[in-house]
Design a protein around this ligand. Structure first.
Ligand SMILES: C[S@@+](CC[C@H](N)C(=O)[O-])C[C@H]1O[C@@H](n2cnc3c(N)ncnc32)[C@H](O)[C@@H]1O
Length: 241
């Protein structure tokens, strides 16, 4: 037996990868779309509204800037972008989520790895709670880097795990046990059982930073929200504006 064990890059649990993940994620969001917003509010006790606003403000782009809401879902971030004076386009790979989208913005059915937008065609990208759902995160970020103009901005909001042990314990009970129960009653149990497991797809902060650098972003800033219940990453597209 070799002394060096091969690195197993598959996520743990019974989580799918490749085409099986793409299909599962798409059909899961198609199914939960109609009740996605209400379950979200209950799951986060309404805190997500504040996190979302903080994330969009992290773009810090001028009024009237063009922003893509990548994996826009039902449009919570699209609506906030619109309120802050941005021109917004939404893109998502689930037709069910787009049908439940409440924003009055142009929407497009598209995969994060293949966006129907030109090079350097937008001033910014927001992406909320979607990274761990992408089948190919590396190429999704490269694609985001392609469409953002030099000097443009990206702002990403994701789940995190609280740093303080006691808070983490409470969070784990809530997220891994109560969220599937609430999701089961209100929507689709298997989807809300998948949700806590899907955090295993999310790379750690140093890896996310390297992926953003590789996608052409710099000035990367990372911060935790509400003691680490969520996290925001912002960055600026490199190059001369
Ligand atoms: C947890 S929801 C977040 C929706 C919305 N951004 C929000 O903040 O509420 C994740 C979204 O990512 C979308 N998604 C997953 N994989 C995708 C992909 N490869 N390309 C585009 N959208 C994708 C899903 O359809 C879903 O709408």
């Amino acid at each position: 037996m070799s002394a060096i064990e091969p690195v197993d890059e598959r996520p743990p649990y019974d989580l799918p990868t490749g085409e099986s993940k793409t299909k599962l994620v798409r059909s899961m969001f198609d199914t939960i779309a109609p009740r996605y917003d209400i379950v979200n509010r209950m799951m986060t006790l309404g805190l997500d509204r504040r996190w979302r606003e903080g994330m969009v403000k992290g773009l810090a782009l001028p009024f009237g800037a063009t922003v893509l809401d990548l994996a826009c879902g039902t449009g919570d971030l699209t609506v906030i972008c619109h309120k802050l004076g941005y021109k917004v386009i939404g893109a998502d790979s689930s037709s069910g989520m787009l049908l439940s989208n409440k924003a009055s913005a142009p929407l497009v059915l598209a995969d994060s790895c293949s966006l129907p937008l030109g090079d350097a065609s937008v001033d910014g990208v927001v992406c909320g709670y979607a990274l761990r759902n992408f089948t190919d995160l590396e190429n999704s970020l490269i694609e985001a880097g392609r469409i953002v103009r030099p000097g443009g901005r990206v702002s990403i909001l994701e789940i995190a795990s609280p740093t303080a042990a006691v808070v983490r314990l409470g969070f784990n009970v809530w997220f891994r046990h109560l969220v599937p129960l609430i999701g089961g009653v209100m929507s689709d149990r298997s989807a809300y059982e998948y949700l806590p497991k899907s955090t295993a797809y999310l790379p750690d902060t140093p890896t996310l930073r390297s992926l953003l650098l590789q996608a052409g972003f710099s000035a990367i800033n990372h911060r935790y929200l509400s003691g680490g219940l969520s996290q925001i990453l912002t960055a600026t597209k490199s190059g001369t504006p």
